[in-house]
Design a protein around this ligand. Structure first.
Ligand code: ASP
Length: 409
């Protein structure tokens, strides 16, 4: 990532925040059609630019990161710490979502008739794990399948290390491509404030306050639980393990959080999370591995949303979920998050799996209500998803004694 001066850094964060504020205000004024036709394309243009760089950026930086790890055991340790952190915080998040929805039982007043339960298509855990190994790495890169890209990049990095001197030119070549991708990404990210405006404005214009009012209970519960999880769990993790002040953590993470909120895509936010993580002192070898992995397998916000919505839908049909069923939800959410891509709307697809695991209808009236406000919920959950990724990168770097001190410490 590009090094920026303190002043410039602050400016970009504030500009992004201003973009968000103007996007919300203008969205409240403009008609939905107008905003969708004339403003949304600028947001889409930016997302396309980011998607253009994200696969080569992730691929080259992981190859470079793997080549930089001089001992294979370090990679195994890094991997296991990352996966344990991700699974643990996701399980915690869905628990927080369920507790919040038990405390504030939204949906009881709806009294819908129970509908037929259709089995959602599920992928077994074994298949999900087998699918991490790409049989065709070029296809994995072309389709942007993040887990497969990560696997191939690590394998190639190991291959380069194994062939010693003969691998050096390839290592230099990929290193040089990585530098070009950082420079290009840095240039594209300068447009972020306008992108945030163009992404948020149509969402606000289309989902006017009137369409949100009937589902206000669900929205407030999801947002409340998300804020609770982010503030409590991540502050404890970065403060307790990495000894970083939570205020500094959230300040540095803010541009990435706002971009995740506006784009509802963890994958598109990777360049922003990488920059935030760099500012927090996480070395390249750790962040280039932990963050793309997190964008795919770590979904704390999504888990919260699933916990709340599963209970909302149960309440709407007058079904009381037993403790055992709620434990099944925790397990299903945690495992389902592994194979789900960090793109808008992915969490709603996962929710259908969670619902059918406890015999709730995944296609009925209640799910229709949840889908109606999906984008609004997606913004909050994606914001928490990537904050969890950045927190993990800080914690893993600190546990490996590789966290660089703050510039002014
Ligand atoms: N949009 C989320 C993400 O990119 C996934 C979801 O739909 O919950 O992280």
């Amino acid at each position: 990532m590009q090094k920026q001066t303190g002043k410039k850094k602050l400016n970009l964060s504030i500009q992004i925040l201003i973009g968000l504020a103007i996007g919300i205000v203008v969205g409240l004024i403009l008609p939905g059609d107008f905003a969708s036709t004339w403003i949304k394309p600028f947001g889409t243009l930016f997302l396309n630019l980011i998607k253009m760089v994200v696969v080569p950026l992730v691929f080259t930086s992981i190859v470079v990161g793997t080549c930089g790890l001089n001992d294979a055991r370090a990679l195994g340790r890094l991997g296991s710490k990352t996966v344990v952190f991700y699974l643990f915080t996701t399980a915690l998040a869905v628990t927080i979502g369920l507790v919040a929805a038990n405390l504030f039982p939204v949906g009881r007043n709806l009294a819908f008739e129970m509908e037929a339960v259709t089995e959602a298509e599920t992928t077994s855990v074994v298949d999900t794990l087998l699918n991490i190994v790409p049989t065709n790495p070029i296809k994995a890169l072309a389709e942007g399948n993040m887990l497969q890209v990560i696997f191939f990049a690590i394998a190639l990095g190991i291959g380069i290390l194994l062939c010693g001197e003969k691998g050096a030119p390839l290592q230099r070549g990929i290193g040089s491509l990585a530098e070009a991708m950082y420079a290009l990404t840095g240039a594209i990210m300068k447009l972020a404030p306008i992108a945030v405006f163009a992404l948020v404005c149509p969402v606000v214009a289309v989902n006017g306050p009137k369409s949100l009012l009937p589902m206000l209970g669900v929205i407030l519960t999801v947002y409340g639980a998300c804020i609770f999880h982010a503030v409590l769990v991540y502050s404890a993790a970065v403060g307790g393990i990495a000894h970083i002040s939570p205020v500094r953590f959230f300040k540095e993470a803010a541009p990435a959080m706002i971009f995740a909120f506006s784009s509802a895509s963890s994958a598109a936010t990777i360049p922003f999370s990488m920059e935030a993580s760099e500012r927090l002192g996480v070395p390249q070898s750790v962040r280039s591995f932990v963050l793309p992995l997190g964008a795919t397998i770590n979904m704390d916000g999504t888990a919260i949303y699933q916990g709340v919505c599963a209970l909302f839908i149960a309440n709407a049909y007058g079904v009381n979920l037993t403790l055992q069923q709620q434990l099944v939800i925790i397990l299903t959410c945690t495992l389902a998050s592994i194979g789900t891509a960090g793109v808008p709307g992915a969490g709603a697809v996962m929710l259908t799996m969670v619902l059918s695991s406890v015999g709730l209808p995944a296609e009925g009236q209640a799910m229709g209500l949840v889908l109606g406000i999906d984008r609004i919920l997606d913004m909050a959950r994606t914001c928490v998803n990537i904050t969890g990724d950045i927190a993990c990168s800080v914690v893993v770097a600190a546990s490996e004694k590789q966290l660089e001190p703050a510039p002014n410490q």
